[in-house]
Design a protein around this ligand. Structure first.
Ligand code: ZN
Length: 409
């Protein structure tokens, strides 16, 4: 009785295995807290490593920082070919106040078809689905050309150190395409927003509050600057095509601070004020263009507020927006897999934030698709959860997409 490879692979994926693995990963807290040697990705990464080895994967562990290992597992096909990477991250954000959760944040409890816990959607569910999918392809004995890889990286929620390290390694550089398993309610996301954080420091002159005529008040200048953010935003949007999935770019002030570097007092006009802008880029908008527009507003504000000096600088290297075309082989393979595995028409979407995929796309130049289980809005919330049906569907889609992508001659 010989069954088709597709059926053999799908038969290897059970709800029980995907749910149990997700719950096991959720039950290992992996919030990174700087300065606490026990609060990092190590324990969950070791558990991913052990699982992959048991399933017959070759595994490489890359120590990115103390207690923070990337875990890369792979299987090689009979013939050489492309390398497909199913990518996830092992860190999760803080649980906040555990008492605010209806189920304890590290419980992995299933209730009414949803698995609860911090990281269930973002993104131990997606990672578990990828692990089971790759293992299913191996267990089914499907003939592959090339390499199927699962990458569980650290530090996605902060500086993306894991992805930045991965792209410099031999394993990372050999990747031909990637599926980023982030929670996007199993939509095929071909665009990701980019981000540019700017620090705007307004320098004035410190003086007594009773004698404002002796000061150059940086706070009022900062207010002038802030009041013209809507014009800045309009200017930034000019000439950028509206993205169907991501809309338009946004320029959002997120931090205002004064004084800077000394104690706040009622009767002291401070020497400086600081603003932070969180600029979200859509495809076609370059960070350099945004920086130029902010600089222009700074010069204009200096003219309106004589005596001030305004410095603008990026807080860290900007992450550009990314876009991948529908005609890419990995996109076609995944769209085919969605139809075949779920019977539904693929839905295309966009990622509102940036992910490890941004690093893979920009550093390696490879096509990426972001696709994974979990409601797009649920990450970082209290009562984070992932629908079990989406978990299983994601595993089935990853497995068939891998088969398809790695079956080309
Ligand atoms: Zn994530």
């Amino acid at each position: 009785m010989s069954r088709l490879p597709v059926d053999r692979v799908l038969a290897e994926i059970t709800e029980r295995e995907v749910v149990d693995l997700t719950a096991a990963l959720v039950r290992i807290p992996s919030v990174f807290r700087s300065g606490d040697p026990d609060s990092n990705e190590r324990a969950v990464a070791l558990s991913v490593e052990a699982w992959l080895r048991r399933q017959g994967f070759t595994v490489e562990v890359q120590e990115v920082a103390p207690g923070r290992p990337n875990v890369i597992g792979w299987i090689d096909g009979a013939e050489p070919g492309h390398t497909l990477c199913l990518e996830g991250h092992t860190d999760v954000v803080t649980e906040g106040d555990p008492a605010a959760w209806r189920h304890p944040p590290w419980s992995g409890v299933v209730e009414d078809g949803r698995l609860y816990g911090r990281g269930s959607a973002d993104m131990k569910g997606g990672l578990a689905a990828a692990m089971v999918a790759a293992a299913a392809v191996r267990r089914a004995g499907v003939r592959l050309s090339g390499r199927l890889m699962v990458a569980a990286l650290v530090d996605e929620e902060d500086a993306m150190l894991g992805a930045k390290h991965f792209v410099t390694t031999a394993l990372g550089r050999a990747v031909s395409a990637a599926i980023i398993c982030e929670p996007e309610q199993n939509e095929l996301c071909l665009e990701q927003k980019g981000v540019f954080w700017a620090r705007v420091t307004v320098h004035g002159r410190m003086a007594h509050g009773a004698m404002p005529y002796a000061a150059v008040n940086p706070i009022t200048a900062a207010g002038q600057f802030l009041s013209r953010i809507p014009q800045l935003e309009r200017r930034v949007r000019r000439g950028v095509r509206r993205s169907r999935s991501l809309g338009v770019p946004h320029v959002t002030p997120t931090i205002t601070m004064a004084p800077v570097g000394h104690v706040a007092q009622n009767n002291v006009i401070p020497a400086a004020a600081e603003l932070r802008l969180d600029v979200r880029l859509t495809p076609g908008l370059e960070p350099g263009h945004v920086l130029g527009a902010i600089e222009d507003l700074a010069r204009d504000t200096e003219r309106r507020c004589p005596g001030t000096r305004i410095a603008v600088e990026p807080v860290e290297a900007p992450r550009p927006a990314t876009r991948v075309e529908r005609g890419e082989a990995i996109v076609r393979a995944l769209a085919w897999a969605v139809r075949r595995a779920s019977g539904r028409t693929p839905v295309f979407g966009g990622v509102p934030g940036s992910t490890d995929g941004t690093i893979l796309r920009t550093a390696l130049g490879i096509p990426i698709v972001t696709f994974g289980p979990g409601d797009r809005l649920i990450p970082h919330q209290v009562d984070e959860c992932v629908p079990v049906t989406q978990l299983v569907e994601a595993a089935r889609c990853y497995a068939l997409a891998a088969m398809r992508f790695l079956s080309r001659g």
